[in-house]
Design a protein around this ligand. Structure first.
Ligand code: UDP
Length: 415
């Protein structure tokens, strides 16, 4: 059997102070329309990264609405996840010639998972490329199947895409974050565009008093009397943590006493992260102004919350980014950002809100913008506040759940 992940139950009533009556009515209506349907979400990891974050909070709310919803994860050994990480990178545009051995590893593990998958559901949402062939290998049963792609597939490696295409073709509906991520060869499918959202009530995002923030930051190793620049991200080359260190060193020249906090998490399906963490350590060792902290050294959602809330500036130097939940999380806390102008990030930071969007390859400009914000607390406050309003209007989990359930209710009504 594929492992179940425990999900909380968050009552809809708890969200009512944060949403308008129209949204509340739509959520109640969707709960009625989907009553009695058995819904499954399937992905590759229960922790680390945006997909697990999104599932944890959106499914807790759906359970709170009375829906019958499960979350399961596929099984896989390191070798399989090394291959799927190569697929992930290739679908985001990295060169890769897809050797026969990798195809075999991928298909073999998927056929194993398909055999292990015995439960009965009416609506099944499969997330990202790792489990795509499961539908073909398991058979659709009586269910409608959705493939939810979270990554930036605007310039995909054609070899990987055409290898996956026959498996993707069998899905009843495909979901992407942005229209520009929909590959041309998949455009004739039923497609829904649904950007993610953040959960304002989760430990990652709920209010934490300033004083407690300072104590927690000090506990992690920051001198809270000095300025702090932070990036929170999986240790992934697309998030360019080494580039962040270079930027920080420029910033420090102009902002004396500045410190850099690099918070990173390791995900089950991301073996590549270990090598990158070693490289980061190599760079940061001996530099007392750089603090590297991970989930392995006790960094949890609360610490992430604190650093997003209480850093002077948060940077997100992504070169490619599906959505970048991290951006909405940070802006919700009213903290100004300098972020790569890529993937889903710009829709979260319209002009004049949130901070500065910069070409992520232009490290000089990124450093300049960080310095500008570091030196101007009033500008930081204004941009941060405007950013929070953008998130309130567009990127809370309630809006995400409405979009997703509309899609599922539509499929369910097709019979
Ligand atoms: N995250 C975390 N701890 C870390 C690094 C990241 O909890 O040390 C979380 C982060 O708060 C966010 C998610 O992982 O919720 C990252 O999502 P995003 O969409 O930004 O990027 P992804 O990792 O999915 O590419």
């Amino acid at each position: 059997m594929l492992n179940l992940v425990d999900i909380a139950t968050e009552p809809l009533d708890d969200y009512l102070p944060l949403i308008n009556t129209d949204q509340a009515d739509r959520l109640r209506d969707l709960a009625q329309r989907l009553k009695g349907y058995r819904i499954l979400h399937l992905n590759a990891t229960p922790y680390g990264g945006g997909v697990s974050e999104l599932l944890r909070s959106s499914l807790a709310l759906q359970r709170g609405m009375g829906l019958d919803v499960d979350w399961r994860v596929i099984a896989g050994e390191t070798k399989f996840f090394e291959v799927t990480k190569r697929f992930h990178n290739a679908l985001q545009g990295a060169p890769y010639d897809l050797p026969e051995e990798d195809r075999e590893t991928y298909l073999l593990q998927n056929s194993f998972n398909a055999r292990e998958f015995e439960s009965e559901y009416d609506l099944i949402v499969v997330h990202d490329p790792q489990p795509v062939p499961l539908l073909r290998m398991h058979g659709r049963g009586g269910a409608k199947w959705v493939w939810r792609c979270h990554i930036d597939t605007s310039e995909p490696n054609e070899e990987v895409l055409s290898f996956l295409k026959p498996y993707i073709d069998e899905y009843d509906s495909l979901v992407f974050t942005l229209d520009k991520f929909v590959p041309d060869t998949l455009r004739d499918h039923h497609i829904a565009l649904i950007p993610p959202g953040i959960d304002p009530l989760s430990p990652k995002n709920f209010e934490i008093p300033r004083d407690l923030c300072r104590r927690i930051m000090a506990w992690v190793g920051v001198d809270t009397k000095r300025p702090v620049l932070t990036q929170v991200s999986r240790f992934d080359p697309w998030k360019d943590p080494l580039g962040v260190i270079r930027i920080f060193r420029e910033v420090r020249e102009q902002v004396p006493g500045a410190q850099l906090a690099l918070l990173g998490s390791m995900a089950l399906d991301d073996p590549e992260a270990w090598d990158l963490m070693a490289e980061i350590r190599g760079e940061a060792d001996g530099d007392d102004d750089i603090i590297v902290a991970t989930n392995l050294t006790g960094i949890s959602n609360m610490e992430v919350n604190v650093f997003q809330r209480n850093s002077d500036v948060v940077v997100q130097k992504s070169i490619r980014e599906g959505f970048g939940l991290i951006v909405s999380e940070t802006l919700w806390k009213g903290t100004a950002m300098v972020a790569g102008n890529t993937g889903g990030i710009p829709i979260q930071m319209p002009e004049g809100t949130g901070g500065f969007l910069v070409d992520p390859h232009d490290e000089e400009m990124m450093a300049e913008r960080v310095v500008e914000l570091m030196n101007d607390p009033e500008l930081r406050r204004q941009l941060g506040e405007a950013g929070r309003e953008v998130v309130r209007d567009n990127f809370l989990i309630t809006r995400y759940v409405i979009d997703e359930l509309e899609l599922l209710a539509g499929l369910a009504s097709e019979g």
